[in-house]
Design a protein around this ligand. Sequence first.
Ligand code: WT7
Length: 581
Amino acid sequence: MSNIISYEESKQGFSWDLAKELMNWKEDEVLHIGAMCSDRVCSAGKGEKTALVWAGFGDRKCSYTFDDLRVYSNGFAKLLGDLGISPGDRVCIFMDKIPSLYFSFLGVLKFGAIAQPLFSAFGDESLEVRLGNAGTTAVLTTQKHAKKIRKIRDRLPALKHVVVVEGAESKLKDGEVLFDVESAPRVESFTAFRAESETPSVLHYTSGTTGQPKGALHVHGSVFGQALTTSWVLDLNDDDVYWCTADPGWVTGTSYGIIGPWVLGTTQCVLDAGFTANRWYQFVQDNRITVWYSAPTAIRSLMRAAGEPTRQFDLSSLRHLASVGEPLNAEAVVWSEKALGLPFHDTFWQTETGAIMIANYPGMKIKPGSMGKPFPGIRATVLDLESHEPVGDSGKVGLIAFSPGWPSMFRRYWNKPDIYRSKFVGAPTDAEPDQLRTNPDLWYVSGDRASIDQDGYYWFVGRDDDVINTGGHLVGPFEIESALIEHEAVAEAAVVGKPDAVNMEVVKAFVMLNSGFEKSDQLELDIMNFIRKKLSPLAMPQEIEFSEKLPKTRSGKILRRYLRALEWGEEVGDLSTLEDD
Ligand code: WT7
């Protein structure tokens, strides 16, 4: 039997207090993600239970108990105090999925600082924008990634400390400290910062259509949303062995790759060794994984890999599969039922929502291709594209919107109050963030289009903006265009997503060259590498089309929508209206 008894019944009389009941959490207890994921699990008698099973490239592997998690996160918390960092400071965690990432995430929170995890494949410019916006005080990184910080450190006046958690003393540069938590003296006790529900916890950056990425700020009270959705949607229980394939540089990797599972005291597995189908199946087999949360791109890659997985591997431990990040096509659900004996359950949410909002629940009929239904306690709808009035289950396509007030909702965009306000339909122009996020009469608009069928199932249609979703990762065209024009050969650039069989979309750039530069394959490669290094492999254009002229509106804005429609073979529409944008 699953944790969610029945979807319809769970909606009746729903209250988020059910999360507190689930966790057996009392109002006078410490409300603190760092402590709840480690100290509290140990106090409940599970200190010796395995918290983390980790594997890396080759045959590197190790495992840690909840008591290890407690002690090593204490170690990081103490370090921040020793360095003179203050609670509320932003501390960036910039490393591969190594164990110290997980320890330091909880340690930063225990100290009362705001954890700012950034994807380790980010280049120096992606980092600079995000560390600059957040006014980050310290970066925790590894020797491998420290050089990217060195390049930009001079331009980040707020950045006081760079801590290298894995590397050699002799390789450090001025102003860097080495701290290996596993060989440092054990810190048996550390009193976690007295957080309250509204105390900031995690800052995740996410890309939009215009402007640079925005930092979505979350709070410790989000834990109730993450815990209940982990239980009801991912169906995690005490005896499960769980694998979330996401990197904590993105919100899935923290909400469901750290917080939700560990507050429930579940054993998690982490594989920090890239993707091959056999390696993944082997990992499931070796660890007897029971619940698996992954992404459509990975599932499509598994589909393409030859062979029948259940013949080659013993995957009989698996009992529940879920997916997030991009549309999960019906074929993928049908394939997994056949190849793995279980369907993937699609879930929909965002960095901003902090937790799952729409899902296919265990025990509920899956309509392959649909994202499922809103989580009990979440009031969701689809708003008309023009009037912004709810269109309900008419089947009409509109904007997915949620009524504010769920626990894990983001509390603001860091230093961008106007953009935060613009996400709420009907918001008064002078409203403060706190008035918006608690006002159930407003709608928070997600930026995605969908329709609702007569059974209340949501069907994803596409994004309502120009953001590119490549393999479940959002990349902002503006950020890439800005980086492109820093290349000496590039005069102007427009970036759109083009269809891709595995990654759904990949980045394509249209580039106008400066005079004196000629298009060539070499130049194309050079520009691609320039972006890969500056931003990330995700942002790197897979194709560059050199053009004499880029289509623009009369006011001079590049018409990405037109270019995108060409790539997707869609109706371009009436160009004269596009030009008036
Ligand atoms: C965007 C959010 C929190 C999940 C990880 C990404 C797209 C997410 C689905 C889905 C179709 C999906 C949306 C959304 N997306 N889940 N099940 N079907 N699209 O978080 O980076 O904030 O991205 O990912 O476009 O707005 P994110």
